[in-house]
Design a protein around this ligand. Structure first.
Ligand SMILES: Cc1cc2nc3c(=O)[nH]c(=O)nc-3n(C[C@H](O)[C@H](O)[C@H](O)COP(=O)(O)OP(=O)(O)OC[C@H]3O[C@@H](n4cnc5c(N)ncnc54)[C@H](O)[C@@H]3O)c2cc1C
Ligand code: SF4
Length: 510
């Protein structure tokens, strides 16, 4: 559909809307709007954002596909219960500021969530339109609409060769939330991921003095060091951090809580009245196979951190931590992290990137969109295969992986069919780099340095429904509680913990 055809369609829909309204059948007939994307070949050699966002015309047409269901099943699928029909309805009417206000009632980071939330297994999975077509890809594109209104308001600058953005995007007009008069109470937030950003904003709004302690030199958590620029431009996260600073939140980087200061010291020596622990799940899992300590074998966390946070993709010019130039890369795993690592390897110039996964594509936990993009960019999928060992040369550099072929058996505890190795099916793939992306767990540092804090057997902090931990005045949320989860779930927990902190501090004697 050309831009002109789209404009004509929108005009016709508006005319019909004004004269008698659109019936459900009319709305089913509206074609779903695809998101414009950077060309697959061009994007193999840059880190600019792949998905370019809806134009205003596309957003309004897409919003008109919504039936405004009375029961709003989409809201049930949203972890933070955004009033989806209301914000989508506002977009259909061209009331974008109102749409953003509705989203912000429940979600503080719409530009982030509109990009990285797995909508196809949340709100969009429940959408009546997708169910009618028996195809979730035909559901109302709630995430893209959320992104549209957020981008329109934030007008994010793209740092690495700005990709074209939606039409009619005005300059930045980010509003700084109002802050209540000082309560004289101090809140420490440990870590600066999405849960922490929300917890910091909500406790600061209540008038507390809030300090965020971050181990890295840059705040933002996984949104900055893990998720690549081509999926989530860092300027967006930076905007949110700047908003926190304008609210008066103090952000202190290069502080590893548990080493620089313990949780107990924050409470007893530094005078904090409450501490929120949002340190995520940053400890990578390995396979425990021969050859994992060879040169050229990375965890996906290390690889992505070098590329994203340390800007290794700039090679000689300005990379804090360089990365070896790889020709043949094997990425092991089938989740979003594996896709991010494989697509980053493509952009860093690898000639061949193999994605090795021991189940089939239908069991892959990665988002369908990410799988699609990875294939478009030339990542080769090796399914029903898994490494048995990594082979090295005399200099201890990885040179090949020996894999086994797999078949699927009965479903296991995860509900997915269990992969079973086929004996004698060994074969080799020549590689110079292996990236292990099979999952992350809780880092044990807080556990080792905080006696009195209760953890479960996986190393996650135990909390009650208001996210109080076993230590008075200490709260926790995000991946350190949930295990490796999602941005929106971490944000939701940041909000719950902040509400508990605000209530507890209000009840506390001065
Ligand atoms: C590569 C990758 C891709 C992902 N893609 C998606 C996606 O597309 N969609 C999605 O919804 N989710 C995705 N996730 C998951 C999502 O990013 C996380 O669930 C979410 O960021 C967790 O938020 P959090 O608030 O727990 O903190 P995190 O984002 O985990 O941040 C924790 C912060 O705490 C800091 N920290 C750790 N220990 C200490 C300490 N001792 N002292 C001080 N600071 C400390 C860390 O440096 C980090 O900055 C992805 C994860 C990864 C790794
Ligand atoms: S379920 Fe789909 S069609 Fe119904 S209100 Fe939600 S977004 Fe609109």
């Amino acid at each position: 559909m050309t831009d002109q055809e789209r404009q004509e369609l929108l005009n016709e829909l508006l005319d019909r809307q004004n004269s008698g309204g659109l019936k459900p059948k009319d709305r089913f007939d509206i074609p779903p709007q695809d998101m414009p994307e950077q060309d697959a070949n061009a994007r193999r050699r840059n880190v600019s954002e792949v998905a370019l966002g809806y134009t205003e015309t596309q957003a309004r047409i897409e919003a008109m596909r919504c039936l405004q269901c009375k029961t709003a099943p989409c809201v049930q699928g949203c972890p933070v219960r955004i009033r989806i029909p209301d914000f989508v309805g506002a977009i259909a009417k061209g009331q974008y500021d109102q749409a953003l206000d509705i989203i912000k009632e429940n979600s503080l980071l719409p530009a982030v969530c509109g990009r990285v939330c797995p909508q196809e297994v949340q709100c969009q999975e429940k959408c009546t339109v997708g169910l009618k077509f028996k195809d979730v890809s035909k559901a109302v594109s709630i995430g893209r609409l959320e992104r549209f209104v957020a981008d329109r308001a934030d007008s994010v600058a793209q740092p690495d060769k700005g990709a074209p953005r939606g039409e009619g995007v005005p300059p930045s007009r980010v509003t700084v939330p109002a802050v209540a008069p000082s309560t004289g109470k101090k809140v420490a937030i440990v870590g600066s991921g999405p849960g922490s950003i929300v917890a910091a904003a909500d406790t600061r709004r209540a008038g507390h003095k809030v300090t965020v302690f971050e181990a890295f030199h840059k705040p933002g958590g996984v949104m900055v060091y893990g998720i690549p620029e081509f999926r989530l431009p860092k300027a967006i996260v930076q905007d949110e951090i700047e908003t926190l600073k304008k609210m008066g939140v103090q952000i202190v980087t290069n502080v590893v809580v548990g080493r620089t200061r313990t949780i107990e010291q924050l409470m007893t020596e530094d005078g904090f009245d409450a501490v929120y622990i949002g340190v995520g799940a940053g400890l990578p899992s390995f396979m425990g196979i021969e050859g994992e300590s060879l040169v050229g074998v990375y965890s996906a966390n290390e690889y992505l951190t070098r590329a994203n946070l340390m800007k290794a993709y700039r090679f000689g010019s300005g990379a804090d931590t360089p990365i070896a130039l790889s020709k043949r890369v094997a990425v092991v795993g089938g989740g979003n992290v594996a896709m991010d690592a494989a697509r980053t390897a493509v952009r860093l110039g690898a000639e061949k990137v193999y994605l090795i996964y021991r189940r089939t594509e239908s069991e892959m936990p990665a988002r369908v969109e990410e799988v699609h993009h990875a294939k478009q960019e030339g990542v080769e999928f090796h399914l029903l295969q898994s490494p048995k060992r990594i082979i090295g040369n005399d200099d201890a550099h990885a040179t090949a992986i020996e894999c086994l072929r797999y078949e699927l058996g009965e479903p296991d505890d995860s509900g997915r069919r269990r992969p079973m190795a086929i004996p004698g099916s060994e074969f080799r793939i020549d590689v110079d780099t292996v990236i292990i992306a099979i999952g992350n767990q809780a880092n044990p540092l807080i556990r080792q340095t905080t006696p009195g804090l209760e953890f479960n057997k996986w190393g996650n902090i135990v909390v009650d429904e208001n996210l109080h931990t076993s230590m008075p005045g200490v709260y926790a949320g995000g991946d350190i509680v949930l295990g490796a989860a999602t941005v929106i779930l971490a944000m939701g927990q940041g909000r719950i913990a902040a509400a508990a902190i605000n209530a507890d501090l209000a009840a506390k004697k001065p």
